[in-house]
Each structure stands twice: as C-alpha cells, then as structure tokens.
Design a protein around this ligand. Sequence first.
Ligand SMILES: Cc1cc2nc3c(=O)[nH]c(=O)nc-3n(C[C@H](O)[C@H](O)[C@H](O)COP(=O)(O)OP(=O)(O)OC[C@H]3O[C@@H](n4cnc5c(N)ncnc54)[C@H](O)[C@@H]3O)c2cc1C
Length: 376
Amino acid sequence: MTSGKVAIVGAGIGGMAAAIALARNGIEVCIFEQAPQLRRVGAAINLTPNAVKVLDELGPGPSLRDRSFSPNYRVSRTWDSGAETSRIEMGAAAERKYGSPQLIVHRADLLSAMLAALPQHSLRVGERLAAVTQDEDGVELTFQDGRQRRFDAVVGADGIHSTVRHSLFGDDKPIYTGMAAYRAIFPADRIQDYEIESFVKWWGPTPSSQLVTSAINGGREMFVFATKAEPESSRESWSAECDIDGLRAAFSDYHPEAQRVLASCDSPFKTALYIREPLAAWSAGRITLLGDACHPMVPFMAQGGAMALEDAAILSRCVAESADVHSAFRAYEATRLPRSRRIQKVSSDNDWLRTGSNADWVYGYDAWSAPLERGA
Ligand SMILES: Cc1cc2nc3c(=O)[nH]c(=O)nc-3n(C[C@H](O)[C@H](O)[C@H](O)COP(=O)(O)OP(=O)(O)OC[C@H]3O[C@@H](n4cnc5c(N)ncnc54)[C@H](O)[C@@H]3O)c2cc1C
C-alpha cells in the first residue's frame, strides 16, 4: 500500500508515532485528538533502547538527547537492607550493544519532539470520536459534535478507554489494580551523595510497593516513581497532585537512602493504575488498534510507551509491504500480538530484572528489522 487516507484516533505517543511512520510511506494521515490542546503534563518516562530505536529512525530521537539522561547502570536494590540484587550496564555500553541508548525524559519533551515531527496540518485537536463503523469501501468516524468523516482505514490509538476498541469488541471494562503510581521531579542538587548516574529500582516488601529513581534533563533534575497499594480507585490522570506526607509515611520503613529521595521531592502526581485482559485480536477489516488501546499494562517494565512505538514501526512496515489494508492489518496484528502479550504478562508478574541481568529480548528488539508475520 503506497497511498490511501488513514485516520488515527488519539495523539499520544502511539498515535503520533503511527502518523509519522505512515506518512513516511506516502500515506495521507489525519490525527484526531479529543484534548483541545496538548498540555505539558506528566512527569518523566523511561525510554528503553528498543523504544529509542524507533524514535531515532522516526526523527525525534536525536533532539531528545539534550533534555534527557542516559543512566550508566540499571540497579535493583532491596527496600530495607539496600542490598543490590542486580546491576546492568546501560549508558554507552547499552548503546553499543543495542544500537540505541536508554533515555529518561520528561513526557512533555517527548510529546513536543514528536509533535514537531508530525506531517504538516495532520493534527486536529478538540475532536472527540464518538463512534466508528465500516463497510466494504471505507470507515466512517462520527465525532461527538455529530460531524462525520470517511477514511480508507482507521488506527485506534486512543488509550486504555479506547472508543475504537469499544466499537470493535464491546464493553470490557478496565480493571483497577489496587495500586496507584506517584511521580515527581525535583532539582538534583537537593540530594547529595545519591547514586545519580544509575537508574535505581528499590523493590519493596510487597509487590505493589516500589520506588524508582533516575536523573533526567542532563542530570540537572531527579525523577521519582513510586507505587503503593490503594484500595480506593480513581480515574487515572497525568496531573492529579497528592499528599506528599502520606506518600513519605508509606515508605517510612524503606532504607534511609530511599527515604532521602522522598524527603527531597514535593507535589508528586498521582495516577491510579488500570489494566485490561489481553485481547485475542485487535483488528477487524479496515480498523485496527495500537498502544494502550489494545495492550495496556502496569508500568513495572516501563514498556507501555515502548510497545506503542514498536507497534507504529511495525504497522508502517506492514502497510508498506502489503497489497491492501486488510492484509496489512492482519500482518501487523500477527507480528505484534505475541510480543505485546508476553510483555503484558511479564509486567504483571512484576519481577523484571529484580535479580536477572539479561534484558536482550526486550531492549534488543529492533522494530525496523524484526521479521514480519503474514497473519491468517
Ligand atoms: C504511571 C505510569 C508510568 C509509565 N511509565 C512508562 C515508562 O516509563 N515507559 C514506557 O514506555 N511506558 C510507561 N507507561 C506507559 C505509557 O504511558 C503508555 O503505554 C503510553 O502512554 C500509551 O500511549 P498511547 O498513545 O497508546 O495512549 P495514550 O498516551 O493514552 O494516548 C491516547 C490519546 O488518545 C486520546 N483520546 C482518547 N479517547 C479519544 C477519543 N474518543 N477521541 C479522540 N482522542 C481520544 C487521549 O486524549 C490521548 O491523547 C507508564 C504508564 C503509567 C500509567
């Protein structure tokens, strides 16, 4: 397929990557985003080498280097004793091994870099999709204000509450995990003698308790990510602030070094964590799904965004190499389903790199050269 008009619903990491990747192959793309504007929300995101590899090829990768941080090590430590249970060389060593580095970057900087790489005039903000239907010749999108638009194909990159997913597969509700995530960024000079060159994960006394730290922004700032059990669920959000004293109290039996990190930060954002059961299929005819719309996962491997980026690269390759949209979407789904399902499972197991040190099957995946399946 070297031409056609494709609508992408959602301008998150996955939707923007898909738009950039498809447009490179001559496809006319239009992205519909419900938000009236793309605001600077969220905290940092950990982009592992497999994710950076996609961004490097798409264009935004190089410009992210200045605003991000590439840790030299990925370290696991035990919450109370501080004992180290795993140490993996990252930094230049990971770049030599995998072809791209790990980058920790502010989510807003990532989205801005992707926005700058979008095809001109392809993004429509303030356009909330209400329903999608298809016939033999095309797909019809109906927006909340009643307007309708027709396309050759649709990619639903509209996140965990995906309207496109709902239209295709009905109403399976997201499941609350019983956990909330907290994220904060603070000036790095507030914390002295901390292992700032490493990405450190402190493994807690229960599976839901953990604390992750890394520098961002060239080492000028520190990023903290923590999760803990919370019986009450609230709609997930990138920008809800929370009570720092309650968070510090929940980690008061952690090693003093870990506690120093929480003592240094203020006003974290809180996000309730939801998942969905893996789907058996995510394409139907001229409509497919991408990113959290089809495989949301708990953020314990830092692979949700990476999977959305890999999806976009594979989707664009399948479209380029297929005769029509049906075979392209079948090939895309067949190629992506086994890997994303495995990563959803390992994320839920929440044991990734606690002790082991071989991350090759995740970090070494190259979505630009991985073999494509054809699909049934
Ligand atoms: C706390 C936390 C930390 C995380 N940390 C990491 C990490 O370190 N590394 C990593 O790789 N991943 C991480 N993830 C996962 C990652 O954030 C997601 O997997 C990723 O954002 C998914 O991107 P997406 O484009 O599929 O969906 P989203 O980012 O959810 O984007 C969906 C877009 O669709 C829009 N939309 C929704 N409905 C409609 C509609 N009806 N019409 C039009 N537009 C619509 C939304 O407004 C949104 O802009 C983390 C997740 C959480 C919760």
